[in-house]
Design a protein around this ligand. Structure first.
Ligand code: URP
Ligand code: ZN
Ligand code: ZN
Length: 459
């Protein structure tokens, strides 16, 4: 199959220019003015933006968590992602404490390979580190195309590892060319605040927020950066939410340049005032939403290059699942739906409102994730030889976010009624039409596993 996209404004990190893009098979074959190719399909992109498919490196699909499973699986989640212009995601395999990484990998392959509609990779979450696991870490990097290892400094007894395990893991990962990623909040401090609040009869969702003050994130972030410096390992902080944590990175980066930071679209757009609402459980996530001053710090951090990636931490639960915590905030499954609208939100809230440039938008939504996680330049750019993962985007189209029109398997939207300018119109995944006329043309199994190499952002 060949596709010719004509007359769009092609946008990459470095440039923007009017051109045609010709794709053959899975690849981009030519870029230029008035290309003279006979294609099976021609798309008129006049007045539209043409940019690389989004990469969301932080999603949880069919994730076993807090007594239930996140409500989007690989099929519904990657399809919803495609509708919004995200062609690749990186999801998290969770090692069961006491079990092997290979067993966990097998479980996740069963969840994903025949179901994914869009492309996907895995981070391997290390929840129990020992000498045997160290050997498996090397095998993951060298044999399985899994080069990033997720750690949790919270969720004690389920996912958290201690600092000793963290340092040992970092040493192995550094030696073999991978990267350690982290949920950086102080689990012990948070657990003690939860216990104190529950003992005082404080059971409402707002106490989820009050049990995770900014200092719990700032402290753990700084500690993680110190361990990176000590071991020389590259690291990536997921879902950073607040000024204090960003300042910790700022300070630590004075002597260590191997720290990468992700924030998520929700932390840039909505704030903790939502926890005063009756339906506050919808926004219970970890870390929690923060304050307006944190949003300002995060947008600045993006422009200063301190924050390289905007993901979603997509981890949806239905209202019935959220109800598991109706009498106890600590039982509300943590997470919210976001996979579908990240690109449109960052364009509408970021580019249209003059917070970021068009090139920065591409960098944070696609290119940097590809570079940090070893997929570049196959993914994350519009270039000859790259995978033809392409979004044709109408920059002027206005629409309204609603549960009635979204494609995520979740019976609410955290952004019901939000007016957005800019819409994903047509999406190509490796040269195939994935989304057109508001329809998905791919089926489960069309999404392919992305075997990742070493980070190209680390020397
Ligand atoms: O609330 C969240 N973030 N749920 C998913 C698990 C995690 O911590 O990323
Ligand atoms: Zn997390
Ligand atoms: Zn997460």
């Amino acid at each position: 199959m060949s596709v010719l996209i004509k007359n769009g404004k092609v946008v990459t990190v470095e440039s923007e220019f009017i051109a045609d893009v010709y794709c053959e098979g899975e690849k981009i074959v030519a870029i230029g003015k008035n290309l003279n190719y006979k294609a099976d399909k021609v798309i008129d992109a006049s007045g539209k933006l043409v940019f690389p498919g989004g990469i969301d490196p932080h999603v949880h699909l069919d994730m076993p968590f807090m007594g239930t499973y996140s409500s989007d699986d690989y099929e519904t989640g990657t399809r919803a992602a495609l509708f919004g212009g995200t062609t690749s995601v990186i999801e998290f395999i969770l090692q069961k404490q006491g079990d092997t990484l290979h067993n966990a990998l097998k479980t996740w392959q069963e969840k994903s390979i025949h179901k994914a509609v869009g492309d996907f990779g895995y981070h391997m979450a290390i929840t129990d580190f020992n000498d045997d696991v160290a050997k498996e870490v090397v095998q993951m990097i060298e044999e399985e195309g899994i080069t990033s290892f997720k750690t949790f400094m919270a969720y004690k007894g389920v996912l958290m590892i201690d600092d000793g395990q963290m340092v040992q893991l970092m040493k192995v990962v550094k030696k073999h060319g991978g990267i350690v990623t982290v949920h950086a909040t102080n689990g012990d401090m948070i657990d003690s605040l939860i216990t104190k609040n529950l003992a005082a009869g404080n059971t409402k969702p707002i106490y989820h927020y009050l049990s995770q003050p900014e200092v719990t994130e700032a402290e753990a972030t700084g500690r993680f950066c110190d361990m990176l410096y000590y071991t020389g390992c590259p690291g990536y902080i997921v879902h950073l939410t607040c000024e204090g944590a960003l300042n910790a990175v700022r300070e630590k980066s004075l002597k260590n340049q191997k720290i990468f930071v992700e924030t998520c679209s929700q932390y840039l757009m909505i704030d903790a005032s939502l926890y005063d609402q009756e339906d506050a459980a919808k926004w219970v996530m970890s870390p929690p939403l923060r304050q307006k001053k944190d949003q300002e710090a995060l947008w600045s951090g993006i422009n200063q290059g301190m924050i390289q990636v905007v993901g979603t931490d997509h981890c949806p639960f239905t209202l019935e699942q959220k109800d598991l915590g109706k009498d106890n905030f600590a039982k509300i499954p943590n997470g919210h739906p976001g996979i579908e609208h990240r690109i449109e939100f960052m364009y509408s809230e970021g580019v249209r409102k003059d917070k970021i440039s068009l090139n920065k938008f591409i960098e944070i939504c696609s290119t940097n994730a590809a570079k940090i996680f070893g997929m570049y330049p196959k993914k994350g750019t519009i270039a000859i030889g790259a995978d033809a993962d392409i979004v044709v985007f109408d920059p002027d189209k206005e629409h309204v976010i609603s549960v009635n029109t979204h494609h995520m398997n979740c019976d609410y939207s955290g952004y019901e009624g939000w007016k957005v300018t800019g819409k994903t119109e047509t999406v190509l995944l490796r040269g195939k039409i994935a989304i057109e006329n508001n329809q998905c043309h791919l089926k489960p199994g069309d999404g392919k596993f992305i075997s990742r190499g070493k980070s190209s952002m680390v020397i």
